[in-house]
Design a protein around this ligand. Sequence first.
Ligand code: FE
Length: 253
Amino acid sequence: MAVELYNQGGHIIVSFSDLVEGDEGVQSNQFLVVIDNHAAIIDPGGDLTYTRLHMALSKYINVKDLDYIFASHQDPDIVASINRWLTGTNCKLVCPEVWSRFIPHFSRVGKTTSRIISIPDRGMDVPLGRHHLKAIPAHFLHSEGNFQFYDPISKILFSGDMGANLGPGDYDKPVKSLDEIMPYMEGFHKRYMNGNKVCRYWVKMVRTLDVQWIVPQHGRSFIGKKIVAEFLNWVEQLECGVDLMTQDDYRVS
Ligand code: FE
């Protein structure tokens, strides 16, 4: 189902949360941002989502004229379909500089030439219509080169894997309390996020932004200052990744 997260004055944000079904792969959300008839997709996914997303987008935009694909990092559920998007549209790919030499492996020879915009480690503003989206650093959360995308107008933070909660459903219903999703969120973050040090840096940075809504790539979103603050507090104290590794995890069995 397509859900409009924002729609004001030619600035439209749509979330698609049910394009991957059943045992096909991990549930994931894709996002369309349109400003003044310029359009970007955030983390379109792989082959599992390509055809359904293409069809769903055509209700909102002329897909051929898509301006950008934003890729938060290099994983298959993020951007494995890039070859098809580059073939079927005139878009440019916006991705972390760290991964811009690797992502062409998803596509045919020559297909990515002059169509990749590399985001430097410190992040950047990407113009879209009369506004811009901010690419903000989330390195090692979880990928070594990782960005999240913030829209200063709607105040939505597209947080990628940060906040991912892999519950059984209700993907279009925002989270009311962290307790209800903790069983689907905690284990993922402990394994996939790289360590508390970077969690704390990230939280400190995000607190400087006016965030009304955190929308992760998997599962349900966090709307309103109260739950956003609770989520940031949880991430700040989270021990994860290398914090939890011991010699026991590195044994030849
Ligand atoms: Fe990933």
